[in-house]
Structures are given as C-alpha cells and as structure tokens.
Design a protein around this ligand. Structure first.
Ligand code: NAD
Ligand code: UFG
Length: 345
C-alpha cells in the first residue's frame, strides 16, 4: 500500500518539525514547504537523522499561488497541515498588514490551491489567543472568542474562512487546533525551538539564561491573583502537540465526525512562571537568576485549556510533565547553545 501523503507548510519551524518526525514514524510520506523566513534548512537534516527518512523540501512561500499549483500537481497529496505563518503578538501590533498578508492571504492561496486540486482535508494551527482572556478558566471550545491583537484576529479570520469553505463544499474536512503554550524539544536533543533575536516567550528565555546567553529572566508581574502572584499558563510538550496532529490526521475523515472541529490542545493544567523557573533549575542543575518587573501589557493572569473535547474526538491526551518539558528543552539548549547555527552538534 502506498503511504498517505501529507503536505506540511511551515514545517521547518518549531512545531512543524516535531510533527514531521511523528508523522513519518506513523507511516506518512511528508512533504515540507517553508519559505525559511523563521527557520533553518538544517532542520531537514535533523528530521532525516531522527527518522531515517528525508522528507522532500520545497522552499516556497504559501502566498505563491503558481508554486502551490506545481506542488499539488507533483504530489498526490491527501491532507495538509498548515503551520506556516507569523506568530509574534508584539510584531503583529506594530505591523498588522504583514500579519494579515502572511497569515490570511497565505491561507487563502493555500485553500484556493487545495480547492483547485481537489485536496479537501486540512489541519490548521490556531491558537488559544482567539479566546477572550478575561472570563472563566478553563477555556473550552465554547468560550467567548475575542482576540485582542492582530495576530489573534488573523487566526480567527482563518478559522472562519476554513469554516466557510467546509460549509460551502461537499467533502471538505477540517480540524482547527487551538494550541496553548508549546514548549520542550525532541528527546534526542537535536531539534527544538530556535527563536531569532531575543525570545519573547518564557521557556526559550529561561533556556538562554541557563546556558549563559542572558544574565537573568525578567518575570513580568508578581501581583496577579495566582498562587504565587506570577502568570499561569498551560504549557504543553511539543512532542505531545505533534502526537495531537497525528491523531487529528488519523481521524479527520472518520464517519460520524462533523466536517469541522475546533479543538484545544493543552494539558488542562496551569503552571506559574516561578513553577517553570524552579522546574528548569531542577532539570538543568543551573541557577536561573530572575527579578520581578512590571506586568507585560496585554498579558492575562491565567490561561489554561479545557481538554475534554480533544480526548473525545481525537482520543488524545497530553502525557508529558513540566519536568520532561524542561529536561528536553535543556538537552536541546545545552547541545545547541546557539540553536541550529551550531551545526556540528
Ligand atoms: P515557527 O515560526 O517556528 O514556524 C512557522 C514557519 O512558517 C517558519 O518555519 C517560517 O519560516 C514559516 N513561514 C512563515 N511565513 C511563511 C510563508 N508566508 N510561507 C511559507 N512559510 C512561511 O512557529 P511555530 O511555533 O512552529 O508555529 C507554527 C504555527 O503554530 C504558526 O501558525 C503559529 O501561529 C501557530 N501557533 C504557535 C504557538 C507557539 O507558541 N509556538 C502557539 C499557538 C499557535
Ligand atoms: N513571561 C515572563 N518573562 C518573559 C516571558 C514571559 O515573565 O521573559 C511570562 C508571561 O508574562 C506569561 C508567561 O511567562 O505569564 C508565558 O509567557 P509567554 O510569552 O511564553 O506565552 P504567552 O502565554 O504570553 O503567549 C503565548 C504565545 C502567543 C499566544 C498566547 C496565547 O506566545 O503567541 O500564548 O495562546 F498568543
């Protein structure tokens, strides 16, 4: 039997690369398409080393419609996972049109190419940021949608575009996966998150402090109504997230399932910033100096997922603990202090 074929856009990036490895292990043929605007081609070597299979790589932009035509004509693609996009909240506030261009126009091009080439299965990387954060926790898929920045709005617009095409056309199937806070790395220590410039997110920042690239962590706010006053988030190991995508592709065509599902991918548990600092210190054996500074504008006190639907629909649950998230991040960071530019590692 020929292997089913998945096109993964944005899969030299952090989440896509880990998903690629898990899909190959699950018996898929994977085609990677990425414009390398926020990732390194070395990732393909790492995927090949882990998997024993080198996925075909196409350096292209999802907004390049004629290039997409060629890709869909070349391969008999069964399903698409669409990771490609820009993801910094702060940048999206400063350059909103750029975000709508890559995230919304990019998805429009992709959906149109899929329509033309009769490929009707899509899994989309959405985000917890589509929810309003002021209400009750946990956030369930029924919680109020109220993104507070252009990045979040671009994700919600894409969710609605996909829902519209699914409603309009027989045979389309879609899974909109709303990720909470992906962290961690492949347990081999050869793949992980490699942010350009100063990390915006907590875990990569802590990892760079631990490895000596930054002197200390600034903890944004110590006076939230949380157990220790610092922000609470639902951190999910990237390998669990990858397994969630394998589960989504495994059941996307299942009889009895609605053609479109919106599903949270998180652990259902919250941890404070200081919980993460302590867990990372234990995993790395390094002290993480920090100081508490002012709150970061726009941050919620607390955000964690309701995960019942993921379990019901996908038969999937996040398995890995905060300790494993920190241990795997540390293994990656210690072996690759400068990320993928440390090519010898
Ligand atoms: P990432 O930046 O590591 O990966 C995204 C990839 O897309 C990069 O390799 C980049 O080069 C590529 N890309 C960007 N614009 C492109 C374009 N126009 N054409 C082709 N390729 C393009 O990010 P990630 O953390 O792996 O995130 C993957 C997806 O998940 C994104 O859509 C992101 O918005 C979403 N998401 C991420 C998080 C998170 O915290 N990491 C949380 C929720 C949702
Ligand atoms: N934090 C610090 N210091 C830092 C970085 C973060 O104290 O240097 C704190 C934040 O204040 C927050 C927690 O650590 O309490 C987590 O912050 P992250 O930036 O790692 O994650 P966020 O939850 O703020 O944002 C993430 C994604 C966004 C997405 C959002 C909601 O980065 O893209 O989740 O899904 F919109």
């Amino acid at each position: 039997m020929p292997k089913p074929v998945a096109l993964l856009t944005g899969a030299t990036g952090y989440i896509g690369s880990h998903t690629c490895v898990e899909l190959i292990a699950a018996g898929w043929q994977v085609i990677v398409l990425d414009n390398l605007s926020n990732s390194s081609p070395v990732v393909i070597d790492r995927i090949a080393r882990i998997s024993g299979v080198r996925p075909d790589f196409i350096q292209a932009d999802v907004r390049d419609r004629s290039r997409l035509d060629r890709v869909f004509s070349t391969y008999a693609i069964d399903a698409v996972i669409h990771f490609a996009g820009l993801k910094s909240v702060g940048e999206s506030v400063a350059a909103p049109l750029r975000y709508y261009d890559h995230n919304v126009t990019g998805t429009l091009c992709l959906l149109d190419a899929m329509r033309e080439h009769d490929v009707r299965r899509i899994v989309f990387s959405s985000s917890a940021t589509v929810y309003g954060m002021s209400g009750e926790m946990p956030l369930t898929e029924e919680s109020r949608l109220a993104p507070s920045n252009p990045y979040g709005r671009s994700k919600l617009i894409v969710e609605e575009m996909i829902a519209d095409i699914v409603a309009a056309t027989q045979g389309w199937r879609a899974m909109l996966l709303r990720y909470f806070n992906p962290v961690g790395a492949h347990p081999s220590g050869t793949m992980g998150e490699d942010p350009a410039g100063t990390p915006n997110n907590l875990m990569p920042y802590i990892a760079q402090v631990a490895v000596g690239r930054r002197p200390r962590l600034s903890v944004y706010g110590g006076d939230y109504a949380t157990p220790d006053g610092t922000g609470v988030r639902d951190y999910i190991h990237v390998m669990d997230l990858a397994a969630g995508h394998v589960a989504a592709l495994g059941c996307i065509g299942r009889k009895g399932l609605p053609p479109l599902s919106r599903i949270n991918l998180g652990t259902g548990r919250g941890h404070t910033v200081l919980d993460v600092v302590r867990a990372f210190e234990a995993a790395s054996g390094r002290a993480i100096p920090f100081r508490i500074v002012a709150r970061r504008p726009g941050d919620a006190a607390s955000c964690y997922a309701g995960v019942t639907l993921a379990h019901q629909v996908l038969g999937w649950k996040a398995m890995r603990s905060l300790r494993e998230m920190c241990a795997d991040t540390w293994r990656w960071q210690a072996a690759n202090p400068h990320g993928y530019s440390d090519r010898a590692a």
